[in-house]
Design a protein around this ligand. Structure first.
Ligand code: DSN
Length: 426
Protein backbone atom coordinates (compact mmCIF):
# COMPACT_ATOMS: atom_id res chain seq x y z
CA UNK A 1 0.00 0.00 0.00
CA UNK A 2 1.29 3.44 -0.84
CA UNK A 3 2.10 5.62 2.16
CA UNK A 4 -0.34 8.48 2.55
CA UNK A 5 2.20 11.26 2.51
CA UNK A 6 -0.47 13.93 2.51
CA UNK A 7 -1.58 12.94 6.01
CA UNK A 8 1.83 11.92 7.37
CA UNK A 9 3.39 15.15 6.16
CA UNK A 10 0.75 17.04 8.13
CA UNK A 11 1.42 14.93 11.23
CA UNK A 12 5.11 15.72 10.83
CA UNK A 13 4.23 19.40 10.58
CA UNK A 14 2.24 19.12 13.82
CA UNK A 15 5.22 17.45 15.52
CA UNK A 16 7.42 20.36 14.42
CA UNK A 17 4.86 22.85 15.75
CA UNK A 18 4.77 21.08 19.11
CA UNK A 19 8.57 20.86 19.25
CA UNK A 20 9.28 24.50 18.52
CA UNK A 21 6.53 26.27 20.45
CA UNK A 22 5.86 26.95 24.12
CA UNK A 23 2.72 24.99 25.03
CA UNK A 24 0.71 26.63 27.80
CA UNK A 25 -2.80 25.29 27.19
CA UNK A 26 -3.68 24.09 30.69
CA UNK A 27 -5.53 21.02 29.43
CA UNK A 28 -2.73 19.76 27.17
CA UNK A 29 0.34 17.67 27.82
CA UNK A 30 2.89 15.50 26.02
CA UNK A 31 2.42 11.76 26.53
CA UNK A 32 5.40 9.44 26.68
CA UNK A 33 6.37 7.72 23.47
CA UNK A 34 5.09 4.37 24.78
CA UNK A 35 1.66 5.86 25.52
CA UNK A 36 1.47 6.99 21.89
CA UNK A 37 2.83 3.69 20.65
CA UNK A 38 0.15 1.76 22.53
CA UNK A 39 -2.49 3.84 20.75
CA UNK A 40 -1.12 3.10 17.29
CA UNK A 41 -1.53 -0.68 17.58
CA UNK A 42 -3.70 -3.59 16.47
CA UNK A 43 -5.91 -3.09 19.52
CA UNK A 44 -7.71 -0.50 17.36
CA UNK A 45 -8.99 -3.35 15.18
CA UNK A 46 -10.96 -5.07 17.92
CA UNK A 47 -14.66 -4.72 18.64
CA UNK A 48 -15.35 -5.41 22.31
CA UNK A 49 -18.77 -4.09 23.28
CA UNK A 50 -19.35 -5.04 26.87
CA UNK A 51 -16.86 -5.48 29.68
CA UNK A 52 -14.03 -7.94 30.42
CA UNK A 53 -15.54 -11.43 30.66
CA UNK A 54 -18.94 -10.20 29.40
CA UNK A 55 -18.50 -9.16 25.76
CA UNK A 56 -20.82 -9.30 22.78
CA UNK A 57 -18.01 -10.42 20.43
CA UNK A 58 -15.63 -13.33 20.22
CA UNK A 59 -11.87 -13.01 20.37
CA UNK A 60 -11.88 -10.60 23.27
CA UNK A 61 -9.60 -12.60 25.56
CA UNK A 62 -6.58 -10.35 25.00
CA UNK A 63 -8.39 -7.01 25.13
CA UNK A 64 -10.04 -8.33 28.31
CA UNK A 65 -6.57 -8.58 29.81
CA UNK A 66 -5.65 -5.11 28.57
CA UNK A 67 -8.81 -3.50 29.94
CA UNK A 68 -8.56 -5.36 33.26
CA UNK A 69 -4.97 -4.18 33.64
CA UNK A 70 -6.03 -0.58 32.97
CA UNK A 71 -8.84 -0.84 35.54
CA UNK A 72 -6.63 -2.41 38.22
CA UNK A 73 -3.85 0.14 37.71
CA UNK A 74 -6.30 3.05 37.79
CA UNK A 75 -7.87 1.77 41.02
CA UNK A 76 -4.40 1.70 42.55
CA UNK A 77 -3.59 5.25 41.35
CA UNK A 78 -6.57 6.74 43.20
CA UNK A 79 -7.16 4.08 45.87
CA UNK A 80 -10.56 3.50 44.24
CA UNK A 81 -12.65 0.34 44.62
CA UNK A 82 -14.21 0.49 41.15
CA UNK A 83 -13.34 2.14 37.83
CA UNK A 84 -14.61 2.31 34.26
CA UNK A 85 -11.94 3.13 31.66
CA UNK A 86 -14.19 3.14 28.56
CA UNK A 87 -15.45 6.76 28.29
CA UNK A 88 -14.03 8.26 25.11
CA UNK A 89 -13.60 11.63 26.82
CA UNK A 90 -14.25 13.50 30.05
CA UNK A 91 -17.50 14.82 28.60
CA UNK A 92 -18.62 11.22 27.93
CA UNK A 93 -17.72 10.24 31.49
CA UNK A 94 -19.97 13.03 32.75
CA UNK A 95 -22.83 11.99 30.45
CA UNK A 96 -22.65 8.50 31.96
CA UNK A 97 -22.83 9.84 35.51
CA UNK A 98 -25.92 11.89 34.67
CA UNK A 99 -27.54 8.85 33.06
CA UNK A 100 -26.78 6.63 36.03
CA UNK A 101 -27.84 9.12 38.70
CA UNK A 102 -30.66 11.26 37.34
CA UNK A 103 -33.89 11.41 35.38
CA UNK A 104 -34.30 14.07 32.66
CA UNK A 105 -35.45 17.33 34.22
CA UNK A 106 -33.78 16.69 37.60
CA UNK A 107 -31.99 19.62 39.18
CA UNK A 108 -28.21 19.91 39.09
CA UNK A 109 -25.88 22.51 40.60
CA UNK A 110 -22.47 23.25 39.09
CA UNK A 111 -19.88 25.99 38.78
CA UNK A 112 -20.95 28.54 36.16
CA UNK A 113 -19.02 28.17 32.90
CA UNK A 114 -18.34 31.92 32.92
CA UNK A 115 -16.70 31.56 36.35
CA UNK A 116 -14.37 28.73 35.35
CA UNK A 117 -16.81 25.81 35.15
CA UNK A 118 -17.21 23.30 32.33
CA UNK A 119 -19.74 22.93 29.51
CA UNK A 120 -20.90 19.57 30.84
CA UNK A 121 -21.72 21.00 34.26
CA UNK A 122 -25.02 22.48 33.12
CA UNK A 123 -24.32 24.90 30.26
CA UNK A 124 -27.50 25.59 28.24
CA UNK A 125 -25.50 24.79 25.10
CA UNK A 126 -24.71 21.28 26.35
CA UNK A 127 -26.69 18.06 27.02
CA UNK A 128 -26.34 18.80 30.74
CA UNK A 129 -28.21 22.08 30.46
CA UNK A 130 -30.68 20.86 27.83
CA UNK A 131 -31.80 17.67 29.62
CA UNK A 132 -31.56 18.72 33.25
CA UNK A 133 -32.61 21.79 35.21
CA UNK A 134 -29.25 23.46 35.71
CA UNK A 135 -28.42 25.92 38.49
CA UNK A 136 -25.07 27.48 39.19
CA UNK A 137 -22.77 28.73 41.88
CA UNK A 138 -19.88 31.08 41.23
CA UNK A 139 -16.76 32.65 42.67
CA UNK A 140 -16.51 35.67 44.92
CA UNK A 141 -15.94 38.97 43.10
CA UNK A 142 -13.47 40.03 45.80
CA UNK A 143 -11.39 36.88 46.24
CA UNK A 144 -11.91 34.88 43.06
CA UNK A 145 -12.48 31.82 45.29
CA UNK A 146 -15.50 29.51 45.03
CA UNK A 147 -18.32 31.20 46.91
CA UNK A 148 -19.22 28.29 49.18
CA UNK A 149 -21.85 30.31 51.01
CA UNK A 150 -23.64 30.97 47.72
CA UNK A 151 -23.28 27.31 46.78
CA UNK A 152 -24.80 26.25 50.12
CA UNK A 153 -27.62 28.78 49.94
CA UNK A 154 -28.46 27.75 46.37
CA UNK A 155 -28.38 24.07 47.31
CA UNK A 156 -30.74 24.68 50.22
CA UNK A 157 -33.16 26.65 48.02
CA UNK A 158 -33.29 24.50 44.91
CA UNK A 159 -32.51 21.08 46.47
CA UNK A 160 -30.54 19.64 43.52
CA UNK A 161 -30.10 15.92 43.08
CA UNK A 162 -26.52 16.35 41.91
CA UNK A 163 -23.88 18.88 42.96
CA UNK A 164 -20.89 19.03 40.64
CA UNK A 165 -17.51 20.30 41.74
CA UNK A 166 -14.56 20.78 39.46
CA UNK A 167 -13.59 23.35 36.87
CA UNK A 168 -11.73 24.13 33.69
CA UNK A 169 -10.30 27.46 34.73
CA UNK A 170 -9.99 27.62 38.50
CA UNK A 171 -6.56 27.88 40.07
CA UNK A 172 -7.41 26.94 43.65
CA UNK A 173 -8.07 23.71 45.53
CA UNK A 174 -11.57 22.56 46.51
CA UNK A 175 -13.26 22.09 49.87
CA UNK A 176 -14.92 18.77 49.01
CA UNK A 177 -15.87 18.12 52.64
CA UNK A 178 -17.90 21.31 52.81
CA UNK A 179 -19.72 20.51 49.56
CA UNK A 180 -20.54 16.99 50.81
CA UNK A 181 -21.94 18.40 54.05
CA UNK A 182 -24.53 20.54 52.26
CA UNK A 183 -25.22 17.72 49.80
CA UNK A 184 -26.07 15.41 52.70
CA UNK A 185 -28.30 18.11 54.16
CA UNK A 186 -30.36 18.47 50.95
CA UNK A 187 -30.17 14.85 49.80
CA UNK A 188 -27.90 15.40 46.78
CA UNK A 189 -25.13 13.29 45.31
CA UNK A 190 -21.75 14.92 44.71
CA UNK A 191 -19.71 14.38 41.58
CA UNK A 192 -16.15 15.68 41.37
CA UNK A 193 -14.87 16.27 37.85
CA UNK A 194 -11.12 16.28 38.43
CA UNK A 195 -10.17 16.39 34.74
CA UNK A 196 -7.74 19.24 35.27
CA UNK A 197 -5.97 18.53 38.58
CA UNK A 198 -6.20 14.69 38.52
CA UNK A 199 -2.42 14.21 38.33
CA UNK A 200 -1.93 16.44 41.34
CA UNK A 201 -4.61 14.55 43.28
CA UNK A 202 -3.09 11.20 42.28
CA UNK A 203 0.20 12.31 43.80
CA UNK A 204 -1.41 13.60 47.01
CA UNK A 205 -0.50 17.21 46.27
CA UNK A 206 -4.10 18.49 46.36
CA UNK A 207 -7.13 17.59 48.48
CA UNK A 208 -8.48 14.10 47.90
CA UNK A 209 -12.11 14.22 46.65
CA UNK A 210 -12.74 10.48 46.93
CA UNK A 211 -13.91 10.23 50.52
CA UNK A 212 -16.30 13.16 50.15
CA UNK A 213 -17.63 12.90 46.60
CA UNK A 214 -19.83 9.97 45.66
CA UNK A 215 -18.49 9.76 42.10
CA UNK A 216 -15.28 11.04 40.51
CA UNK A 217 -14.74 11.58 36.77
CA UNK A 218 -11.68 12.72 34.90
CA UNK A 219 -9.98 12.95 31.58
CA UNK A 220 -6.72 11.04 31.16
CA UNK A 221 -4.78 13.47 28.96
CA UNK A 222 -4.26 16.53 31.10
CA UNK A 223 -2.17 16.32 34.28
CA UNK A 224 -2.46 12.51 34.17
CA UNK A 225 -0.35 12.67 30.97
CA UNK A 226 -2.11 9.78 29.27
CA UNK A 227 -3.96 9.43 25.95
CA UNK A 228 -7.07 11.49 25.23
CA UNK A 229 -9.91 9.84 27.11
CA UNK A 230 -12.21 9.69 30.12
CA UNK A 231 -12.60 7.62 33.28
CA UNK A 232 -15.12 7.19 36.10
CA UNK A 233 -14.24 6.02 39.61
CA UNK A 234 -15.76 5.19 42.98
CA UNK A 235 -14.00 4.65 46.26
CA UNK A 236 -17.18 3.60 48.02
CA UNK A 237 -19.97 1.90 46.09
CA UNK A 238 -23.60 2.69 47.00
CA UNK A 239 -27.20 2.36 45.84
CA UNK A 240 -28.73 5.12 43.75
CA UNK A 241 -30.89 7.07 46.20
CA UNK A 242 -33.22 8.35 43.46
CA UNK A 243 -34.61 5.00 42.38
CA UNK A 244 -32.80 4.70 39.03
CA UNK A 245 -32.85 1.02 38.09
CA UNK A 246 -31.24 -1.07 35.38
CA UNK A 247 -33.13 -1.62 32.07
CA UNK A 248 -34.77 -4.74 33.57
CA UNK A 249 -36.12 -2.72 36.50
CA UNK A 250 -33.68 -4.14 39.03
CA UNK A 251 -32.09 -2.11 41.79
CA UNK A 252 -28.32 -2.14 41.23
CA UNK A 253 -25.28 -0.68 42.93
CA UNK A 254 -23.97 2.58 41.46
CA UNK A 255 -20.95 0.80 39.94
CA UNK A 256 -23.29 -1.42 37.90
CA UNK A 257 -25.49 1.55 36.90
CA UNK A 258 -22.41 3.46 35.76
CA UNK A 259 -21.16 0.51 33.70
CA UNK A 260 -24.60 0.26 32.08
CA UNK A 261 -24.66 4.01 31.48
CA UNK A 262 -21.33 3.91 29.60
CA UNK A 263 -22.30 0.79 27.62
CA UNK A 264 -24.95 0.36 26.30
CA UNK A 265 -26.20 3.66 27.71
CA UNK A 266 -24.23 6.12 25.66
CA UNK A 267 -21.33 4.43 23.89
CA UNK A 268 -20.82 1.43 21.66
CA UNK A 269 -17.49 -0.34 21.29
CA UNK A 270 -14.70 0.79 23.61
CA UNK A 271 -11.48 2.10 22.06
CA UNK A 272 -9.23 -0.72 23.23
CA UNK A 273 -6.11 0.86 21.70
CA UNK A 274 -6.76 3.95 23.82
CA UNK A 275 -7.50 1.78 26.85
CA UNK A 276 -4.11 0.09 26.28
CA UNK A 277 -2.51 3.53 26.27
CA UNK A 278 -4.43 4.44 29.43
CA UNK A 279 -2.98 1.31 31.08
CA UNK A 280 0.53 2.42 30.07
CA UNK A 281 -0.06 5.93 31.45
CA UNK A 282 -1.45 4.58 34.75
CA UNK A 283 1.65 2.38 35.01
CA UNK A 284 3.81 5.46 34.56
CA UNK A 285 1.88 7.30 37.29
CA UNK A 286 2.43 4.37 39.67
CA UNK A 287 6.11 4.21 38.74
CA UNK A 288 9.00 6.42 39.77
CA UNK A 289 9.11 10.05 38.79
CA UNK A 290 5.46 11.02 38.63
CA UNK A 291 5.40 12.39 42.17
CA UNK A 292 8.38 14.62 41.31
CA UNK A 293 6.58 15.69 38.13
CA UNK A 294 3.52 16.75 40.15
CA UNK A 295 5.64 18.73 42.59
CA UNK A 296 7.45 20.45 39.72
CA UNK A 297 4.12 21.41 38.11
CA UNK A 298 3.04 23.21 41.27
CA UNK A 299 6.47 24.85 41.77
CA UNK A 300 6.43 26.01 38.14
CA UNK A 301 2.88 27.35 38.33
CA UNK A 302 3.71 29.32 41.45
CA UNK A 303 6.92 30.68 39.92
CA UNK A 304 5.03 31.64 36.77
CA UNK A 305 2.29 33.35 38.81
CA UNK A 306 4.93 35.35 40.70
CA UNK A 307 6.61 36.35 37.44
CA UNK A 308 3.30 37.67 36.06
CA UNK A 309 2.39 39.52 39.26
CA UNK A 310 5.80 41.21 39.29
CA UNK A 311 5.03 42.49 35.77
CA UNK A 312 1.73 44.03 36.89
CA UNK A 313 -0.66 41.31 35.68
CA UNK A 314 -3.90 40.67 37.59
CA UNK A 315 -4.30 37.02 38.49
CA UNK A 316 -7.74 35.84 39.54
CA UNK A 317 -7.44 34.86 43.24
CA UNK A 318 -3.92 36.36 43.15
CA UNK A 319 -2.18 33.07 42.51
CA UNK A 320 -2.51 29.34 42.16
CA UNK A 321 -2.57 26.07 44.10
CA UNK A 322 -2.53 23.87 41.02
CA UNK A 323 -1.21 23.77 37.45
CA UNK A 324 -2.84 26.88 35.99
CA UNK A 325 -3.59 30.54 36.42
CA UNK A 326 -6.23 32.82 35.01
CA UNK A 327 -5.08 36.32 34.07
CA UNK A 328 -7.39 39.32 33.70
CA UNK A 329 -5.89 41.50 30.97
CA UNK A 330 -8.19 44.51 31.35
CA UNK A 331 -5.53 46.60 33.11
CA UNK A 332 -3.24 45.90 30.15
CA UNK A 333 -5.86 47.09 27.65
CA UNK A 334 -5.90 43.78 25.86
CA UNK A 335 -8.65 41.25 25.20
CA UNK A 336 -8.10 37.52 25.58
CA UNK A 337 -8.70 37.11 21.84
CA UNK A 338 -6.04 39.62 20.87
CA UNK A 339 -3.59 38.11 23.37
CA UNK A 340 -4.14 34.55 22.13
CA UNK A 341 -3.80 35.55 18.47
CA UNK A 342 -0.69 37.63 19.10
CA UNK A 343 1.00 34.93 21.18
CA UNK A 344 0.19 32.36 18.47
CA UNK A 345 2.30 34.42 16.06
CA UNK A 346 5.21 34.13 18.51
CA UNK A 347 4.68 30.33 18.81
CA UNK A 348 3.41 30.65 22.36
CA UNK A 349 0.17 28.70 22.62
CA UNK A 350 -2.54 29.30 25.19
CA UNK A 351 -6.25 30.08 25.18
CA UNK A 352 -8.36 33.12 25.70
CA UNK A 353 -10.64 32.62 28.68
CA UNK A 354 -13.53 34.43 30.29
CA UNK A 355 -12.66 35.83 33.70
CA UNK A 356 -15.27 35.94 36.47
CA UNK A 357 -17.78 38.79 35.89
CA UNK A 358 -16.37 39.32 32.40
CA UNK A 359 -17.95 42.13 30.37
CA UNK A 360 -16.86 40.61 27.05
CA UNK A 361 -18.32 37.75 25.02
CA UNK A 362 -16.85 34.23 25.26
CA UNK A 363 -15.43 34.75 21.75
CA UNK A 364 -13.46 37.79 22.87
CA UNK A 365 -13.01 37.49 26.68
CA UNK A 366 -10.93 39.61 29.02
CA UNK A 367 -8.49 36.95 30.02
CA UNK A 368 -6.08 34.18 29.23
CA UNK A 369 -5.57 30.82 30.91
CA UNK A 370 -1.95 29.74 31.39
CA UNK A 371 -1.05 26.17 32.32
CA UNK A 372 2.31 24.58 32.96
CA UNK A 373 1.84 20.74 32.74
CA UNK A 374 3.14 20.53 29.17
CA UNK A 375 6.22 22.72 29.64
CA UNK A 376 6.97 20.87 32.88
CA UNK A 377 6.94 17.62 30.89
CA UNK A 378 9.41 19.27 28.51
CA UNK A 379 11.79 19.64 31.47
CA UNK A 380 11.34 23.26 32.50
CA UNK A 381 11.83 24.41 36.09
CA UNK A 382 11.10 27.56 38.11
CA UNK A 383 13.94 29.56 36.49
CA UNK A 384 12.45 28.92 33.05
CA UNK A 385 9.07 30.29 34.19
CA UNK A 386 10.62 33.73 34.55
CA UNK A 387 11.90 33.50 30.96
CA UNK A 388 8.55 32.30 29.61
CA UNK A 389 6.62 35.03 31.44
CA UNK A 390 9.12 37.56 30.08
CA UNK A 391 8.57 36.34 26.50
CA UNK A 392 4.79 36.52 26.95
CA UNK A 393 5.01 40.01 28.42
CA UNK A 394 7.28 41.23 25.61
CA UNK A 395 4.84 39.89 23.02
CA UNK A 396 1.74 41.33 24.67
CA UNK A 397 3.29 44.72 25.30
CA UNK A 398 4.19 44.91 21.60
CA UNK A 399 1.04 43.31 20.26
CA UNK A 400 0.94 45.50 17.16
CA UNK A 401 4.64 45.42 16.39
CA UNK A 402 5.24 42.59 13.93
CA UNK A 403 9.01 43.06 14.13
CA UNK A 404 9.14 42.49 17.89
CA UNK A 405 6.76 39.53 17.57
CA UNK A 406 9.03 37.97 14.94
CA UNK A 407 12.00 38.48 17.27
CA UNK A 408 10.14 36.76 20.12
CA UNK A 409 9.19 33.89 17.82
CA UNK A 410 12.88 33.36 16.95
CA UNK A 411 13.74 33.50 20.68
CA UNK A 412 11.00 30.98 21.48
CA UNK A 413 12.16 28.57 18.78
CA UNK A 414 15.76 28.71 19.91
CA UNK A 415 14.81 28.50 23.63
CA UNK A 416 12.78 25.32 22.97
CA UNK A 417 15.80 23.57 21.43
CA UNK A 418 16.96 22.90 25.03
CA UNK A 419 13.85 20.78 25.62
CA UNK A 420 13.78 17.98 23.06
CA UNK A 421 10.45 16.35 22.30
CA UNK A 422 10.31 12.75 21.03
CA UNK A 423 13.91 12.63 19.73
CA UNK A 424 13.24 8.97 18.81
CA UNK A 425 10.94 10.23 16.05
CA UNK A 426 13.88 11.86 14.24
N1 DSN B 1 -11.49 21.75 26.80
C1 DSN B 1 -10.96 21.42 28.11
C2 DSN B 1 -10.15 22.50 28.67
O1 DSN B 1 -9.42 23.10 27.90
O2 DSN B 1 -10.17 22.76 29.86
C3 DSN B 1 -12.02 21.05 29.02
O3 DSN B 1 -12.84 20.10 28.42
Amino acid sequence: MQKDNQVFDLIRKELDRQRHGIELIASENFTSLQVMQAMGTVATNKYAEGYPGKRYYGGCEVVDEIETLAIERLKKVFNASWANVQPHSGAQANVAVFLACLKPGDKILGLDLSMGGHLTHGSPANFSGKNYEAHFYGVSRETGLVDYEHLEATARTIKPKLIICGASAYSRDWDYKRIRAVADEVGALVMADIAHPAGLIATGLLNDPFDHCHIVTSTTHKTLRGPRGGIIMLRHDFENPFGIKDPKGNTRMMSALLDLAVFPGMQGGPLEHVIAAKAVAFGEILGEGFQAYGKQIIANAQAMAKAFVSRGYNLISNGTDNHLMLIDLRNKNLTGKKAQETLDKAHITLNKNAVPFDDKSPFVTSGIRVGVPAITTRGMNEAHMEIVAGLIDKTLMNADDEKVIAEVKAEVNSFMEQFPLYPELG
